[in-house]
Design a binder for this molecule. Structure first.
Ligand SMILES: Cc1cc2nc3c(=O)[nH]c(=O)nc-3n(C[C@H](O)[C@H](O)[C@H](O)COP(=O)(O)OP(=O)(O)OC[C@H]3O[C@@H](n4cnc5c(N)ncnc54)[C@H](O)[C@@H]3O)c2cc1C
Ligand code: SF4
Length: 337
Protein backbone atom coordinates (compact mmCIF):
# COMPACT_ATOMS: atom_id res chain seq x y z
CA UNK A 1 0.00 0.00 0.00
CA UNK A 2 1.36 3.41 -0.94
CA UNK A 3 1.77 5.73 2.03
CA UNK A 4 -0.47 8.77 2.32
CA UNK A 5 1.10 12.25 2.42
CA UNK A 6 2.47 13.36 5.77
CA UNK A 7 4.95 15.88 7.15
CA UNK A 8 8.37 14.84 8.41
CA UNK A 9 10.51 16.69 10.96
CA UNK A 10 13.72 15.69 12.71
CA UNK A 11 14.05 16.49 16.39
CA UNK A 12 17.44 17.74 17.58
CA UNK A 13 16.88 16.71 21.22
CA UNK A 14 14.26 15.02 23.36
CA UNK A 15 13.07 18.45 24.54
CA UNK A 16 12.81 19.59 20.92
CA UNK A 17 10.74 16.48 20.08
CA UNK A 18 8.33 17.28 22.91
CA UNK A 19 8.09 20.95 21.85
CA UNK A 20 7.28 19.88 18.29
CA UNK A 21 4.63 17.43 19.49
CA UNK A 22 3.07 20.17 21.62
CA UNK A 23 3.04 22.57 18.68
CA UNK A 24 1.29 19.98 16.51
CA UNK A 25 -1.44 19.58 19.14
CA UNK A 26 -2.10 15.84 18.72
CA UNK A 27 -1.43 15.65 14.96
CA UNK A 28 2.20 14.60 15.41
CA UNK A 29 3.65 11.20 16.19
CA UNK A 30 7.13 10.14 17.27
CA UNK A 31 9.08 7.94 14.90
CA UNK A 32 11.79 5.86 16.60
CA UNK A 33 12.73 2.66 14.71
CA UNK A 34 9.45 2.79 12.80
CA UNK A 35 9.00 -1.01 12.87
CA UNK A 36 5.60 -0.74 14.54
CA UNK A 37 4.42 2.66 13.34
CA UNK A 38 5.27 2.43 9.63
CA UNK A 39 3.35 -0.83 9.06
CA UNK A 40 0.39 0.75 10.89
CA UNK A 41 0.63 3.78 8.62
CA UNK A 42 0.82 1.56 5.54
CA UNK A 43 -2.48 -0.02 6.47
CA UNK A 44 -3.86 3.39 7.55
CA UNK A 45 -4.45 2.34 11.14
CA UNK A 46 -2.36 5.36 12.13
CA UNK A 47 -2.54 8.49 10.00
CA UNK A 48 -0.46 11.17 11.70
CA UNK A 49 -0.20 14.50 9.87
CA UNK A 50 3.48 14.82 10.83
CA UNK A 51 6.16 12.43 12.02
CA UNK A 52 8.79 13.66 14.46
CA UNK A 53 11.84 11.54 13.82
CA UNK A 54 14.12 10.69 16.74
CA UNK A 55 16.80 9.46 14.34
CA UNK A 56 19.33 12.21 15.16
CA UNK A 57 19.24 11.52 18.90
CA UNK A 58 22.02 9.20 20.03
CA UNK A 59 20.96 7.07 23.01
CA UNK A 60 23.11 7.05 26.15
CA UNK A 61 24.63 3.66 26.93
CA UNK A 62 22.88 1.72 29.75
CA UNK A 63 24.24 3.10 33.03
CA UNK A 64 24.76 1.65 36.50
CA UNK A 65 23.95 4.35 39.06
CA UNK A 66 25.54 4.71 42.49
CA UNK A 67 22.48 3.22 44.23
CA UNK A 68 22.74 0.06 42.10
CA UNK A 69 19.83 0.92 39.79
CA UNK A 70 20.28 0.67 36.04
CA UNK A 71 19.07 3.39 33.66
CA UNK A 72 18.41 2.54 30.03
CA UNK A 73 17.76 5.19 27.41
CA UNK A 74 14.42 4.60 25.66
CA UNK A 75 16.11 5.11 22.28
CA UNK A 76 18.36 2.09 22.84
CA UNK A 77 17.95 -0.35 19.94
CA UNK A 78 16.80 -3.78 21.05
CA UNK A 79 19.87 -5.43 19.50
CA UNK A 80 22.10 -3.12 21.58
CA UNK A 81 20.08 -3.94 24.68
CA UNK A 82 20.56 -7.63 24.02
CA UNK A 83 24.32 -7.18 23.48
CA UNK A 84 25.14 -4.70 26.28
CA UNK A 85 27.48 -6.35 28.81
CA UNK A 86 25.89 -4.49 31.72
CA UNK A 87 22.45 -5.85 30.78
CA UNK A 88 23.65 -9.38 30.07
CA UNK A 89 25.49 -9.57 33.38
CA UNK A 90 23.07 -7.78 35.69
CA UNK A 91 19.69 -8.15 33.96
CA UNK A 92 19.83 -11.31 31.84
CA UNK A 93 16.00 -11.51 31.86
CA UNK A 94 15.88 -8.20 30.01
CA UNK A 95 18.54 -9.30 27.49
CA UNK A 96 16.51 -12.46 26.88
CA UNK A 97 13.25 -10.51 26.50
CA UNK A 98 14.91 -8.22 23.95
CA UNK A 99 16.19 -11.26 22.05
CA UNK A 100 12.65 -12.67 21.98
CA UNK A 101 11.37 -9.75 19.88
CA UNK A 102 10.76 -10.39 16.17
CA UNK A 103 13.81 -11.11 14.01
CA UNK A 104 17.24 -9.53 13.60
CA UNK A 105 16.07 -6.68 11.38
CA UNK A 106 13.32 -5.71 13.82
CA UNK A 107 15.77 -5.73 16.74
CA UNK A 108 18.42 -3.74 14.86
CA UNK A 109 15.87 -0.99 14.11
CA UNK A 110 13.35 -1.24 16.95
CA UNK A 111 13.92 0.71 20.16
CA UNK A 112 13.04 0.08 23.77
CA UNK A 113 10.65 3.08 23.88
CA UNK A 114 8.93 1.99 20.67
CA UNK A 115 8.55 -1.52 22.01
CA UNK A 116 6.86 -0.30 25.18
CA UNK A 117 4.68 2.19 23.28
CA UNK A 118 3.71 -0.10 20.39
CA UNK A 119 0.05 -0.31 19.40
CA UNK A 120 -2.18 -3.14 20.61
CA UNK A 121 -2.93 -5.81 18.02
CA UNK A 122 -5.97 -7.74 16.85
CA UNK A 123 -6.31 -10.23 14.01
CA UNK A 124 -9.17 -8.23 12.56
CA UNK A 125 -7.32 -4.93 12.75
CA UNK A 126 -3.85 -5.86 11.53
CA UNK A 127 -4.84 -7.04 8.08
CA UNK A 128 -3.45 -5.97 4.79
CA UNK A 129 -5.46 -2.94 3.75
CA UNK A 130 -7.31 -4.66 0.93
CA UNK A 131 -8.36 -7.46 3.28
CA UNK A 132 -9.67 -5.18 5.99
CA UNK A 133 -13.34 -5.34 6.65
CA UNK A 134 -15.38 -2.75 4.78
CA UNK A 135 -16.78 -1.19 7.96
CA UNK A 136 -14.13 0.01 10.40
CA UNK A 137 -14.21 -1.38 13.95
CA UNK A 138 -14.35 0.69 17.17
CA UNK A 139 -10.59 1.09 17.25
CA UNK A 140 -10.66 2.66 13.79
CA UNK A 141 -13.51 4.97 14.72
CA UNK A 142 -16.26 2.70 13.42
CA UNK A 143 -19.30 1.10 14.99
CA UNK A 144 -18.57 -2.58 15.48
CA UNK A 145 -16.17 -5.10 16.93
CA UNK A 146 -15.72 -8.19 14.76
CA UNK A 147 -14.39 -10.79 17.24
CA UNK A 148 -16.45 -9.51 20.19
CA UNK A 149 -19.74 -8.27 18.68
CA UNK A 150 -21.33 -7.67 22.08
CA UNK A 151 -18.64 -5.19 23.12
CA UNK A 152 -19.73 -1.61 23.72
CA UNK A 153 -18.05 1.17 21.67
CA UNK A 154 -15.73 2.05 24.54
CA UNK A 155 -14.42 -1.53 24.80
CA UNK A 156 -11.74 -2.87 22.47
CA UNK A 157 -10.06 -6.14 23.35
CA UNK A 158 -6.96 -5.77 21.21
CA UNK A 159 -3.87 -7.15 22.93
CA UNK A 160 -0.58 -5.53 23.97
CA UNK A 161 2.14 -7.71 22.49
CA UNK A 162 5.35 -6.25 23.91
CA UNK A 163 7.75 -8.98 25.07
CA UNK A 164 9.81 -6.51 27.04
CA UNK A 165 7.06 -4.83 29.07
CA UNK A 166 6.28 -7.97 31.16
CA UNK A 167 9.98 -8.44 31.95
CA UNK A 168 10.18 -4.81 33.12
CA UNK A 169 7.02 -5.20 35.21
CA UNK A 170 8.54 -8.26 36.89
CA UNK A 171 11.71 -6.23 37.51
CA UNK A 172 9.66 -3.44 39.13
CA UNK A 173 10.97 -0.89 36.63
CA UNK A 174 9.90 2.73 36.33
CA UNK A 175 9.74 5.00 33.31
CA UNK A 176 10.97 8.57 32.97
CA UNK A 177 8.48 10.59 30.94
CA UNK A 178 9.39 13.94 29.42
CA UNK A 179 6.66 16.49 28.74
CA UNK A 180 6.47 20.23 28.13
CA UNK A 181 6.44 20.86 31.88
CA UNK A 182 9.46 18.69 32.62
CA UNK A 183 10.03 15.11 33.68
CA UNK A 184 7.72 12.82 35.61
CA UNK A 185 8.38 9.27 36.76
CA UNK A 186 5.88 6.42 36.87
CA UNK A 187 5.93 2.72 37.61
CA UNK A 188 5.97 0.89 34.28
CA UNK A 189 2.55 -0.58 35.05
CA UNK A 190 1.14 2.95 35.14
CA UNK A 191 2.25 3.55 31.55
CA UNK A 192 -0.63 1.34 30.42
CA UNK A 193 -4.27 2.36 30.59
CA UNK A 194 -5.84 -1.08 30.16
CA UNK A 195 -7.94 0.16 27.22
CA UNK A 196 -7.37 -1.35 23.81
CA UNK A 197 -8.64 1.85 22.21
CA UNK A 198 -5.95 4.04 23.73
CA UNK A 199 -3.47 1.76 25.45
CA UNK A 200 -0.99 4.33 26.86
CA UNK A 201 -1.29 6.78 29.73
CA UNK A 202 0.74 9.34 27.79
CA UNK A 203 -0.26 12.82 26.79
CA UNK A 204 0.11 13.60 23.07
CA UNK A 205 3.16 15.76 23.85
CA UNK A 206 4.96 13.29 26.12
CA UNK A 207 7.86 11.01 25.36
CA UNK A 208 9.32 8.04 27.24
CA UNK A 209 12.88 9.12 27.95
CA UNK A 210 14.32 6.20 29.92
CA UNK A 211 13.60 3.11 31.97
CA UNK A 212 15.12 2.53 35.41
CA UNK A 213 15.41 -0.87 37.08
CA UNK A 214 15.98 -0.79 40.84
CA UNK A 215 18.83 -2.79 42.43
CA UNK A 216 18.10 -6.47 42.80
CA UNK A 217 18.08 -7.98 46.29
CA UNK A 218 20.11 -10.97 47.48
CA UNK A 219 18.71 -14.49 46.92
CA UNK A 220 16.80 -13.28 43.89
CA UNK A 221 16.06 -15.17 40.69
CA UNK A 222 14.21 -14.69 37.43
CA UNK A 223 12.35 -16.70 34.82
CA UNK A 224 11.13 -15.71 31.38
CA UNK A 225 9.24 -17.58 28.68
CA UNK A 226 7.63 -16.50 25.42
CA UNK A 227 5.29 -18.98 23.77
CA UNK A 228 4.84 -18.70 20.04
CA UNK A 229 3.90 -21.09 17.27
CA UNK A 230 7.24 -21.05 15.45
CA UNK A 231 9.46 -20.22 18.42
CA UNK A 232 10.80 -17.04 16.79
CA UNK A 233 10.28 -14.22 14.30
CA UNK A 234 6.75 -13.57 15.49
CA UNK A 235 4.59 -11.98 18.12
CA UNK A 236 3.93 -13.91 21.31
CA UNK A 237 1.05 -16.23 22.09
CA UNK A 238 1.63 -15.59 25.79
CA UNK A 239 4.63 -14.25 27.71
CA UNK A 240 5.56 -15.10 31.32
CA UNK A 241 8.07 -13.08 33.37
CA UNK A 242 8.82 -13.79 37.02
CA UNK A 243 11.16 -12.45 39.65
CA UNK A 244 11.38 -14.22 42.98
CA UNK A 245 13.27 -13.70 46.24
CA UNK A 246 13.73 -16.56 48.68
CA UNK A 247 14.27 -16.26 52.42
CA UNK A 248 17.66 -17.15 53.98
CA UNK A 249 18.16 -20.89 53.56
CA UNK A 250 16.06 -20.88 50.39
CA UNK A 251 13.23 -22.96 51.88
CA UNK A 252 10.51 -20.35 51.55
CA UNK A 253 9.62 -17.76 48.94
CA UNK A 254 9.87 -14.29 50.46
CA UNK A 255 8.37 -12.39 47.53
CA UNK A 256 7.39 -12.97 43.91
CA UNK A 257 6.40 -10.68 41.05
CA UNK A 258 4.52 -12.33 38.21
CA UNK A 259 3.88 -10.46 34.96
CA UNK A 260 2.11 -11.79 31.88
CA UNK A 261 2.18 -10.37 28.37
CA UNK A 262 0.21 -10.89 25.14
CA UNK A 263 -2.89 -11.86 27.10
CA UNK A 264 -4.72 -8.58 27.68
CA UNK A 265 -4.81 -4.94 26.53
CA UNK A 266 -1.84 -4.30 28.83
CA UNK A 267 0.85 -6.36 30.57
CA UNK A 268 -0.79 -7.79 33.70
CA UNK A 269 0.36 -8.61 37.23
CA UNK A 270 -1.09 -11.54 39.15
CA UNK A 271 -1.31 -10.33 42.77
CA UNK A 272 -3.38 -13.26 44.08
CA UNK A 273 -0.88 -15.75 42.70
CA UNK A 274 1.97 -13.69 44.18
CA UNK A 275 0.25 -13.83 47.57
CA UNK A 276 0.00 -17.62 47.30
CA UNK A 277 3.79 -17.74 47.03
CA UNK A 278 4.86 -15.10 49.56
CA UNK A 279 5.91 -16.82 52.78
CA UNK A 280 5.11 -20.30 51.42
CA UNK A 281 7.32 -23.31 50.78
CA UNK A 282 7.34 -23.30 46.97
CA UNK A 283 7.05 -27.01 46.30
CA UNK A 284 5.71 -28.37 43.01
CA UNK A 285 2.10 -28.26 44.19
CA UNK A 286 2.37 -24.65 45.34
CA UNK A 287 3.98 -23.52 42.07
CA UNK A 288 1.24 -25.25 40.07
CA UNK A 289 -1.41 -23.64 42.29
CA UNK A 290 0.13 -20.20 41.79
CA UNK A 291 0.38 -20.69 38.01
CA UNK A 292 -3.27 -21.74 37.81
CA UNK A 293 -4.31 -18.77 39.95
CA UNK A 294 -2.34 -16.38 37.73
CA UNK A 295 -3.92 -17.83 34.58
CA UNK A 296 -7.39 -17.33 36.08
CA UNK A 297 -6.54 -13.79 37.22
CA UNK A 298 -5.17 -12.81 33.82
CA UNK A 299 -8.39 -14.02 32.18
CA UNK A 300 -6.66 -14.09 28.77
CA UNK A 301 -8.38 -12.62 25.75
CA UNK A 302 -8.64 -14.94 22.76
CA UNK A 303 -6.35 -13.50 20.10
CA UNK A 304 -4.78 -14.41 16.74
CA UNK A 305 -6.62 -17.73 16.61
CA UNK A 306 -5.70 -18.83 20.16
CA UNK A 307 -8.72 -19.57 22.29
CA UNK A 308 -9.06 -18.48 25.89
CA UNK A 309 -8.92 -22.14 26.95
CA UNK A 310 -5.69 -22.69 25.02
CA UNK A 311 -4.05 -19.59 26.47
CA UNK A 312 -5.16 -20.48 30.00
CA UNK A 313 -3.70 -23.99 29.66
CA UNK A 314 -0.53 -22.54 28.15
CA UNK A 315 -0.09 -20.20 31.12
CA UNK A 316 -0.68 -22.99 33.64
CA UNK A 317 2.14 -25.03 32.13
CA UNK A 318 4.68 -22.40 31.13
CA UNK A 319 4.20 -20.10 34.09
CA UNK A 320 4.77 -23.04 36.44
CA UNK A 321 8.02 -23.79 34.60
CA UNK A 322 8.98 -20.11 34.67
CA UNK A 323 8.37 -20.04 38.42
CA UNK A 324 10.60 -23.11 38.77
CA UNK A 325 13.36 -21.34 36.83
CA UNK A 326 13.13 -18.27 39.05
CA UNK A 327 13.17 -20.40 42.19
CA UNK A 328 16.26 -22.35 41.12
CA UNK A 329 18.09 -19.15 40.28
CA UNK A 330 17.08 -17.56 43.59
CA UNK A 331 18.47 -20.62 45.35
CA UNK A 332 21.76 -20.11 43.53
CA UNK A 333 21.37 -22.90 41.01
CA UNK A 334 22.11 -20.97 37.85
CA UNK A 335 20.33 -22.12 34.72
CA UNK A 336 21.45 -21.27 31.19
CA UNK A 337 19.29 -18.62 29.45
C1 LIG B 1 7.39 -8.50 11.62
C2 LIG B 1 7.34 -7.87 12.98
C3 LIG B 1 7.53 -8.67 14.09
C4 LIG B 1 7.47 -8.11 15.37
N1 LIG B 1 7.64 -8.93 16.44
C5 LIG B 1 7.57 -8.42 17.68
C6 LIG B 1 7.72 -9.26 18.80
O1 LIG B 1 7.93 -10.46 18.68
N2 LIG B 1 7.63 -8.71 20.04
C7 LIG B 1 7.40 -7.37 20.22
O2 LIG B 1 7.37 -6.94 21.38
N3 LIG B 1 7.25 -6.55 19.18
C8 LIG B 1 7.32 -7.02 17.90
N4 LIG B 1 7.16 -6.18 16.83
C9 LIG B 1 6.72 -4.79 17.08
C10 LIG B 1 7.85 -3.72 16.99
O3 LIG B 1 8.58 -3.88 15.85
C11 LIG B 1 8.80 -3.75 18.17
O4 LIG B 1 8.05 -3.75 19.35
C12 LIG B 1 9.76 -2.56 18.19
O5 LIG B 1 10.53 -2.61 19.37
C13 LIG B 1 9.08 -1.21 18.12
O6 LIG B 1 10.07 -0.20 18.28
P1 LIG B 1 10.26 0.99 17.23
O7 LIG B 1 11.36 1.84 17.74
O8 LIG B 1 10.43 0.46 15.84
O9 LIG B 1 8.86 1.71 17.38
P2 LIG B 1 8.16 2.76 16.37
O10 LIG B 1 7.46 2.02 15.30
O11 LIG B 1 9.09 3.85 15.98
O12 LIG B 1 7.10 3.39 17.39
C14 LIG B 1 6.03 2.62 17.90
C15 LIG B 1 5.08 3.56 18.65
O13 LIG B 1 5.70 4.05 19.82
C16 LIG B 1 5.79 5.47 19.77
N5 LIG B 1 7.09 5.80 20.35
C17 LIG B 1 8.30 5.41 19.88
N6 LIG B 1 9.26 5.81 20.73
C18 LIG B 1 8.64 6.46 21.73
C19 LIG B 1 9.09 7.10 22.92
N7 LIG B 1 10.39 7.16 23.25
N8 LIG B 1 8.18 7.66 23.74
C20 LIG B 1 6.86 7.62 23.43
N9 LIG B 1 6.37 7.02 22.33
C21 LIG B 1 7.26 6.44 21.50
C22 LIG B 1 5.62 5.86 18.32
O14 LIG B 1 5.07 7.16 18.16
C23 LIG B 1 4.67 4.77 17.84
O15 LIG B 1 3.36 5.12 18.16
C24 LIG B 1 7.23 -6.71 15.53
C25 LIG B 1 7.05 -5.91 14.39
C26 LIG B 1 7.10 -6.48 13.14
C27 LIG B 1 6.89 -5.59 11.94
S1 SF4 C 1 -11.03 -6.02 19.44
FE1 SF4 C 1 -10.62 -3.84 19.04
S2 SF4 C 1 -9.24 -3.83 17.26
FE2 SF4 C 1 -10.24 -5.86 17.32
S3 SF4 C 1 -12.07 -5.65 16.01
FE3 SF4 C 1 -12.70 -5.23 18.13
S4 SF4 C 1 -12.55 -2.98 18.31
FE4 SF4 C 1 -11.36 -3.59 16.50
Amino acid sequence: MILFDFGYERASSAQDAVARLARLGGDGRLLAGGTDLVPSMRSELAMPATLISLKDLAPEAPRLDADGSIRIDALTRLADLERANLIRERLPMLALAARAVGGNQIREMGTLGGNLCQETRCLYLNQRHDYQFAAPCFKRGGECCYPFPRNKPEVCWSVHMSDIAPALVALDASVEILGVNGTRRAAIEELYSGSGLRPLNLDYAELVRAVTIPPLPARWGWGFHKSSVRGGLEFGMAVCAVSMRVAAGGETCAEARIALGAVRERPVRAPEAEDLLAGAAPDDARLALAAAAAAAEANPLPHHGFTKRHLTDNLKVYLRRTLEQALERARGKERPC
